[in-house]
Design a binder for this molecule. Structure first.
Ligand code: LIP
Length: 262
């Protein structure tokens, strides 16, 4: 049984998802004008955040907030805040690729306690609450049971336009690709974590990532039986800007490779 807070989050994610699906159908028509499409998607993104904020704020006016588009706002209750990415996978959305999601997490005293990642284009709703397991459309999910790197698929994000973390990511790729069944780069961190939680792939890592991209997905992986840490082991995976997640059988080997310095 979902808690009241999770139900509020699901309602907000579905409402924003409906608005985004409508806009996504328009994107193809706008591809002729790249600037037009870019502006349109920024508006769609901001509108989705507005919808989510209105829903969550109406239901829980005293919680804090951090959202990709509107930044951080303290709440009367300093122990609870929403961490929201209204449109994770913006570049995919802009290019008409149906791989993007609404991501909403609830943090309480520094811990993520409830999560929703909603892939509205595929109608896949991933949810989790601390201690209650993780679900895809109400069906319980588990991380994969694979034990061999060579049979396993891993996902990452490659920084666009050669941002600062590109050399480290290329080093990771050259180390991992010969040892695995493949590396995927699908462009939506929240879904990468949701896919680790469902066992679609065995692990995911990324550098240069924001809290709103990963907060919800982190709880999905943990509640599905997986491990998640920052690439720097002493830091928080939500806040540190780097993340490594995998099933328990492969976590140490995989994280060891990602953490290796040369
Ligand atoms: C994106 C991520 C993607 C990552 C990008 C970016 P956005 O989020 O989910 O996987 O590689 O750097 O952060 O900007 O689409 O919400």
């Amino acid at each position: 049984m979902a808690s009241a807070n999770l139900n509020i989050m699901i309602k907000a994610a579905r409402k924003a998802g409906r608005s985004l699906v409508k806009d996504f159908r328009e994107v193809e028509n706008l591809q002729v004008s790249v600037k037009g499409a870019g502006d349109f998607v920024s508006r769609a993104d901001r509108e989705a955040e507005r919808i989510i904020k209105e829903e969550l704020r109406t239901a829980r006016p005293n919680y804090g907030w951090i959202g990709e588009e509107t930044g951080e706002e303290a709440g009367e209750d300093p122990t609870r805040r929403w961490i929201v990415d209204p449109l994770d996978g913006t570049t995919n959305f802009l290019h008409g690729l149906p791989h993007w999601a609404v991501s909403i997490a609830l943090e309480h005293k520094g811990e993520i306690v409830a999560s929703v990642v909603f892939d509205a284009a595929k109608d896949e709703l991933f949810t989790a609450e601390r201690g209650d397991g993780a679900f895809l459309n109400d069906r319980r999910i588990r991380v994969s049971g694979r034990r061999q790197m060579i049979e396993s698929i891993f996902a990452t994000g490659v920084p666009f336009a050669g941002r600062g973390t590109l050399p480290a990511t290329l080093r990771d790729l050259s180390r991992l690709m010969p040892l695995t069944a493949g590396v995927r780069r699908w462009g939506a961190a929240s879904l990468d974590l949701a896919y680790v939680a469902t066992g679609r792939y065995e692990g995911y890592w990324e550098r240069g990532i924001k809290s709103w991209d990963v907060a919800a997905g982190i709880l999905l992986v943990k509640e599905a039986g997986g491990f998640v840490e920052s690439i720097r082991p002493d830091q928080s995976p939500v806040e540190s800007g780097s993340i490594v997640a995998a099933n328990p059988q492969l976590f140490d080997e995989f994280a060891g490779l990602v953490r290796q310095r040369d």
